[in-house]
Design a protein around this ligand. Structure first.
Ligand code: GN1
Ligand code: MG
Length: 378
């Protein structure tokens, strides 16, 4: 922490100046007294900012959108506004909240400064983003919250949404991009990852299953979150219950199974996403069952038989997809996912490959749980 200008800042003087200019675009009463940089999330830069409003502390979250990842941030913010507008009036008091951003003096939900895009949302009191799961009960409610999110957005017309990252969950295209990265090998890392590359070659057909079903018209596109990591639901630190769904940057038309699967990939893994002790990595079936129970209770009625059939497979496919993205980023010199140590994207890739292999071995069991939670055939 640096002490400066009477303000507790945990950022550089240059960053503080930029942040003050951004805050000046908004009508926020009080004095900015603290800026703290937060490190979770692999993509955007996030800050916790605190104001002194007549002796009371008022807190917000400020984010700078990653321009390398999001080529057109105004479209990201337009999607988020479409979602917020749609949800207003549809949510009940029991529903978990969904993040919304403040309007600046121009009435926009983001502010542009020197080609960078910034946004501010209220900080939710007592909220915390957990990186790991404490027990299966909290997962059932997280599953319910993500399922309900999908359910509430089911009648949002898809033409109101931009595709903010084209082909985001186009798994076959992700695997091709990995092979292209390996061929280009700009920083000479390919030779060391040949066993990993073989895994993707061996599992190419399996990983493409859901994309094939979509091409064949067997699956519906829905409005989906597309990044249902456990830390993208803020939990109540007092009760452990979901408070708010966040990170709507990738809300776009997508597949229900990818939202389900991505949540499982992260939350039902026994170890961290980048665990290097692979003996610890694997699917926890109790967590899987709890999340599935919650998700199916909220969203199950609107799912088709084919979606239910592919739900558990969604967890395998998205885990392979993520592994391929981490490995491709490692080969391309770590430009996309933020790393905190050298080789972290390779660790993430290896850990996710191991998780995918474990899931493949448990697929029959997973399918049986989904089937049971989905209830009688629709
Ligand atoms: C990124 O921003 P964050 O950390 O919630 C990524 C997701 C990955 C995730 C892996 C826009 O999400 O697709 O699943 O990392 N987001 C984007 O942890 O690429
Ligand atoms: Mg996030």
């Amino acid at each position: 922490m640096i002490e400066g200008s009477g303000v507790r800042v945990m950022v550089s003087v240059e960053q503080e100046e930029i942040i003050r200019r951004i805050v000046g675009c908004y009508d926020i009463a009080g004095d900015l007294v603290e800026i703290e940089s937060l490190v979770n999330g692999h993509i955007n830069d996030t800050y916790h900012i605190r104001f002194d409003r007549d002796g009371r502390v008022v807190q917000y979250i400020l984010q700078r959108i990653n321009r390398y990842v999001f080529k057109d941030p105004a479209k990201v913010m337009s999607n988020i506004k479409a979602v917020s507008d749609h949800l207003a009036g549809r949510q009940t008091a029991q529903d978990c909240a969904v993040i919304h951003f403040l309007e600046n003096r121009l009435g926009q939900n983001y502010s542009e400064l020197d080609g960078e895009f910034w946004r501010i949302c209220p900080f939710i009191e007592h909220s915390v983003a957990y990186e790991t799961v404490e027990n299966s009960t909290v997962l059932e409610s997280a599953g319910y919250a993500f399922g309900r999110f999908q359910e509430l957005l089911a009648d949002l017309p898809m033409d109101r949404l931009y595709e903010t990252i084209p082909g985001f969950h186009d798994t076959p295209a992700r695997l091709e991009a990995l092979m292209a990265a390996a061929t280009a090998d700009p920083v000479g890392r390919m030779a060391a990852v040949e066993p990993e590359l073989r895994f993707f070659q061996d599992n190419r057909a399996l990983a493409g299953t859901l994309a094939d079903w979509l091409d064949q018209g067997k699956l519906p596109l829905r409005v989906t979150h597309n990044d249902t990591k456990y830390n993208n639901i803020l939990m109540d630190e007092r009760t452990g219950r979901p408070l708010c769904v966040i990170d709507l940057d990738t809300v776009m038309p997508g597949l229900a199974m990818y939202d389900f699967g991505d949540a499982i990939r992260f939350a039902a893994n026994q170890a961290a996403e980048d665990e290097t002790d692979l003996t610890r990595v694997g699917l926890n079936m109790d967590y899987f069952t709890a999340f599935t129970q919650g998700f199916m209770t909220a969203a199950g009625d609107s799912l088709t038989e084919k979606e239910i059939e592919g739900m558990a497979l969604g967890a395998v496919v998205i885990t392979i997809e993520l592994a391929s993205r981490f490995l491709a980023d490692y080969l391309l010199d770590d430009r996309y996912f933020r790393i905190h140590r050298p080789g972290q994207n390779l660790d993430r890739a290896r850990s996710q490959i191991h998780l995918a292999q474990d899931m493949i071995g448990k697929l029959d069991q997973m399918n049986a749980v989904v089937r049971r939670c989905a209830g009688p055939l629709n």
